[in-house]
Design a binder for this molecule. Structure first.
Ligand code: HEC
Length: 394
């Protein structure tokens, strides 16, 4: 088997179909010391495109080969930095210029909120560039094989010997000089490796057999995965909560006469935990009769403060002074420390939160009944804090 691929010079006549294009000149060495010194000599001679093959890692080889640091780091940095710049300019343009949107009173464009996207794009471009850069630049796609494979040279240097191959794309390359140099450096079994003929015409990656194999593998893997994840795991005894007997939204149901799956509550019924608001559209004099069921306690004030800061403070300001954070995107409300509001009963304020007042919308859907009352307790605290009496100081 191996004999078939012999490509040493001496075996030229025996070798199979191959081109006249030289790939490299190779030599075999017997000991690690020899290969180290030969690598050093080859590098000192000025060769750059050569490689050393040993059956196991030999310490000190990098230095002996005068290897420079790889460019991958710089390559990755440039790719990552490009991603960062793209993300920065993209978000900057989108949220700072093209589509300005106030979100929670924050600046249109600011860095902390953009960090996740800048991070993602940095990593994404680094990953993509490194993978494709490696395949195309370093691994030389579409070339998927190396003429050194399947040679006697490769058989020896992956088992018992050490070898050097000086490649034809080195600027100094010349077959005879390279041979002479390797002989002088102490190598034996010096040979010339040629490109196989078929390989030169068109790279092996375009080989029909390779493409068919690739397609078959892709199809088998795709259908295999689909069958396994999409079908097999949905057969009993596997059952999933999302896959159950139910009525989907906007579909017909046979359970009720009207074909709807959602029915309106029976007239006059009240859902558990839900007390309807009876004062919609009623005059102030009646609203005043509502009394606050939540006692003024440290707990209810804390709760009210939390809800107030979430739902009310964007417009009314943290202290109820009407200092909106919406920068004029919504009419500024009046202060909550006015004589009017301080003299209002809790019921009046509850009515405004529940019903809304002019431009201020109702918050009944977003804030629970108890929390609305707790907010009022907190508003009372805010009012008192602005109008403290001497007797408040102990
Ligand atoms: C989207 C902005 C906005 C939010 C959020 C908001 N309000 Fe208002 N609020 C207003 C505006 C504007 C007015 C004045 C309405 C008017 O013209 O009568 C107002 C009026 C009021 C009034 C009556 C003041 C007066 O003098 O007539 C009270 C009380 C009040 N809000 C309480 C609240 C409470 C409590 C919350 C939180 C649950 C809240 N608001 C959330 C904008 C807001």
């Amino acid at each position: 088997m191996i004999k078939k691929f012999l490509k040493f010079d001496e075996d030229l006549a025996k070798d199979g179909p191959r081109s006249n294009k030289v790939h490299s000149v190779t030599a075999i060495f017997d000991t690690p010391d020899e290969i180290i010194s030969a690598a050093d000599k080859t590098a000192s001679e000025g060769y750059e495109k050569f490689d050393v093959y040993t059956p196991y890692p030999v310490h000190g080889m990098d230095a002996a080969m005068h290897m420079k640091e790889t460019n991958i780091g710089k390559f990755a940095f440039v790719a990552g930095f490009t991603g960062l710049v793209i993300a920065f300019s993209m978000i900057g343009w989108m949220s700072g210029i093209d589509y300005k949107n106030i979100i929670g009173g924050k600046p249109y464009f600011n860095i902390p909120a953009s960090i996740p996207i800048m991070f993602e794009l940095t990593i994404l471009l680094t990953g993509i560039f490194c993978v494709f850069g490696m395949l195309l630049l370093w691994n030389k796609l579409p070339q998927i094989s190396n003429p050194l494979h399947d040679t006697e040279f490769m058989r020896l240097v992956t088992s018992v010997k050490y070898g050097i191959a000086i490649e034809h794309d080195d600027l100094m390359f010349d077959v005879e000089t390279a041979k002479a140099h390797l002989a002088k450096a102490g190598g034996h079994s010096i040979g010339v490796v040629y490109y196989p003929e078929e390989n030169l015409e068109r790279p092996a990656i375009f080989d029909k057999r390779f493409i068919i194999t690739l397609a078959v593998v892709a199809v088998v893997v795709a259908f295999g995965t689909y069958g396994l994840i999409g079908k097999v795991v949905n057969i009993l005894p596997y059952d999933w909560m999302h896959d159950q007997f139910r009525v989907n939204a906007q579909t017909k149901s046979d359970i009720f006469k009207d074909g709807r799956s959602m029915q309106r509550p029976v007239d006059g019924t009240v859902a558990r935990g839900y007390i309807p608001y009876e004062y919609t559209g009623m005059p102030d004099s009646l609203v005043k009769l509502l009394s606050n069921p939540i006692p003024m306690s440290e707990f209810s004030i804390e709760r009210g403060k939390k809800q107030y800061n979430i739902y009310c403070s964007p417009c009314h300001g943290y202290y109820g002074q009407g200092d909106s954070r919406l920068k004029g995107q919504f009419p500024n409300p009046p202060t909550l420390h006015s004589k009017k509001v301080t003299e209002w009963s809790d019921g009046n304020i509850y009515h405004v939160i529940t019903n809304g007042q002019n431009v201020m919308p109702s918050y009944a859907k977003q804030i629970s009944r108890d929390d609305r009352w707790a907010i009022i307790n907190y508003i009372r605290v805010l009012e008192r804090s602005q109008n403290a009496l001497d007797t408040d100081v102990p």
